[in-house]
Design a protein around this ligand. Structure first.
Ligand code: A3P
Ligand code: PLO
Length: 332
């Protein structure tokens, strides 16, 4: 692993795991089946607990840009009273893979405990993942970090389903920073300030978070598209699993629901070698320097902790999500 990137249609991809030929095939020729289920995220749409960046830098740096907007529409969306959208539920790629692996097996954890998650739901844009997906029986569970313009074209004429998981950009940024320090295929983030700048400029793998979410939000309201957030999952895992299963057309019995929830908690996943990435070779993940699954707390968890310590509760879901109900100024 070199940590070097190549550009495909203006987006950075790490060399080695990804190749222009595979990306082109996936975009133009990949045959989507009507019962495929895609988990789509911008990388690291899970979260972190230690903030290496100066205090309020993100909201400070973004605030002058908000009124401008064309490329920042998603931010306006996030900091507007519309967020979270009325029908949104939670996630992170890894978390959603676990939830869906359990739902598809009717709550039986054997599959999730015996097969690594990257084989249960391979990333279609990776060289290896694409090959695996072509051998998989239906219904296929497929992960992807692709921006909408590079996503398999055939999807848009199919009945296949996409579950899109978003997350507070601050948490994405922090999680991404820590992951970049231990992932062999990613460019070294150098220092937090530089990484923050690269994040804003979309110079990291899979390009700009802002463009990614703005692109995918065009699908909002379509029957085969579910927009979810990590924060909602944290707030109400059970309710979220229930709604995800309804979206997939397979509502769960109480006992099955219990099992899905029990086996997809952060603790259960952290203890499951098939889900915590400890099986990845050191060249891909330096286990001595950190872990893929770390604290498992998002802005909602932090906020609730703060409130619990202060002896009060907030009824405002936007405050609970840590993004403020009156706009970016309240985002921490
Ligand atoms: P941190 O890096 O902040 O620890 P992704 O899977 O999209 O790459 O996101 C990874 C992030 O999701 C990690 O965040 C990880 O801890 C978090 N995550 C994964 N499973 C989780 C769970 N069951 N509960 C809470 N967080 C989870
Ligand atoms: C894909 C991007 C995700 O955010 C993290 C991730 C986890 C497992 C990796 C996968 C990535 C790429 C493809 C890998 C897989 C493990 C095995 C698989 C490397 C980096 C192979 C052999 O190609």
């Amino acid at each position: 692993m070199t940590g070097a990137y190549f550009k495909y249609k203006g987006i950075n991809f790490p060399a080695g795991l990804y190749e222009p030929e595979t990306l082109s095939y996936v975009e133009k020729d990949f045959k989507v089946k009507n019962d495929d289920i895609f988990i789509v995220t911008y990388p690291k749409s899970g979260r972190t607990n230690s903030w290496p960046f100066p205090g309020n830098l993100l909201s400070f740096a973004l605030s002058p840009l908000l009124p401008l907007s064309i490329s920042l529409d998603p931010l306006k969306f996030f900091f507007s009273p519309r967020y979270p959208p009325p029908q949104s539920f939670p996630p992170g790629t890894t978390w959603m893979i676990e939830i869906l692996s359990l739902i598809l097996k009717n709550g039986d954890p054997s599959w999730a405990r015996s097969v690594p998650n990257w084989e249960r739901a391979p990333w279609c844009e990776t060289v290896q993942g694409l090959w695996q997906i072509m051998q998989m029986p239906s219904p296929r569970l497929i992960s992807s970090h692709l921006p909408i313009q590079l996503f398999p074209r055939n999807f848009f004429n199919s009945k296949a389903k996409v579950i899109y998981i978003s997350r507070n950009p601050r948490d994405v940024l922090v999680s991404f920073y820590h992951y970049s320090k231990i992932a062999g295929h990613l460019k070294d983030p150098e220092n937090p300030d530089q990484f923050f700048q690269d994040f804003l400029d979309g110079k990291i793998q899979f390009g700009s978070w802002f463009d990614h979410i703005k692109g995918w939000m065009r699908m909002e309201g379509k029957d085969n598209f579910l927009f979810t957030t990590y924060e909602e999952l944290q707030k109400d895992l059970r309710g979220s699993v229930q709604r995800i299963s309804e979206f997939l057309g397979c509502p769960l019995k109480e006992k099955v629901l219990d099992s899905v929830v029990e086996n997809s908690t952060f603790r259960a996943m952290k203890e499951n070698p098939m889900s915590n990435y400890t099986l990845l070779p050191r060249v891909l993940l330096d286990h001595e320097q950190g872990a893929f699954l770390r604290k498992g707390q998002g802005a909602a968890g932090r906020r609730r902790g703060t409130e619990a310590r202060a002896g009060r509760r907030s009824a405002d879901p936007l405050l609970v999500a840590g993004w403020g109900s009156r706009g970016h100024r309240t985002a921490r």
